[in-house]
Ligand binder design. Structure first.
Ligand SMILES: C[S@@+](CC[C@H](N)C(=O)[O-])C[C@H]1O[C@@H](n2cnc3c(N)ncnc32)[C@H](O)[C@@H]1O
Length: 206
């Protein structure tokens, strides 16, 4: 249990509840884009805030090498305990905050519903680290939260306007961009207004 974004969070329970759900559409979309490339081959993905591993399993099943980074040790524990880890899975788990973590150059940085949990004064440095770690033609897949999200203003979390999100991806070719506004329950049973940007984008090679 840790104190994150204003309240105590039992991440282990969250991982049990969500870890075996299907992978996020953004992660699958990015995988499909790589598979459609002429030189398609399994590559390296860094999953930031991997949680219980719902996306990690999809990457491993397609033969990718995965570095799964999460601030909670329970994430690595629940990932390693999964029964559906493919034989010979090329998986490395690391327990670290995004703000402190280092990772090698990679083809894809995937971060599903996790980057908004970065504090505003740290976000720019984390984002620069993400962009700087992508190989030419590499991709980002994941979510950012908008300013009309119910959680906007919570300490330790970062929210963006649509134009701010667009600016983050100025050096990318946008492949998927969906702005969602919806009222529904969180996995913890809290009703909230979601304002979420779902993005998959490819770093321009020039
Ligand atoms: C909402 S969960 C999402 C988990 C998974 N990506 C998914 O889509 O189900 C957010 C995850 O990010 C991790 N996290 C939050 N802030 C973090 C930070 N600053 N550094 C590293 N991990 C963080 C949490 O521990 C948690 O596992």
């Amino acid at each position: 249990m840790s104190l994150t974004s204003g309240g105590p969070r039992d991440w282990a329970a969250y991982y049990r509840k969500t870890g075996e759900r299907p992978p996020r559409p953004t992660a699958v979309f990015a995988l499909d884009r790589f598979d459609a490339e002429p030189d398609a081959a399994p590559r390296l993905v860094v999953d930031l805030g991997a949680g219980g591993g719902r996306d990690v399993i999809a990457f491993l099943q397609r033969g990718w090498r995965v570095i799964a980074i999460d601030g909670e040790a329970a994430a690595a524990d629940s990932l390693r305990a999964r029964q559906d880890l493919p034989d010979g899975a090329l998986l490395e788990t690391r327990t670290a905050q995004f703000e402190d973590a280092h990772w090698p150059q990679c083809d894809l940085v995937n971060s599903s519903f996790a980057l908004p949990l970065c504090a505003p004064d740290q976000f720019v440095a984390v984002w620069e680290k993400i962009v700087g770690s992508l190989l030419p033609g590499g991709r980002f897949a994941g979510q950012l939260y908008g300013e009309r999200d119910s959680w906007a203003g919570r300490p330790g979390m970062t929210f963006h306007t649509r134009s701010e999100v667009e600016r983050l991806f100025a050096n990318f070719e946008i492949e998927l961009f969906e702005e969602e506004e919806d009222d529904s329950e969180t996995p913890r049973g809290e009703t909230k207004h979601w304002h979420v940007f779902h993005v998959v984008a490819r770093l321009r090679a020039d």
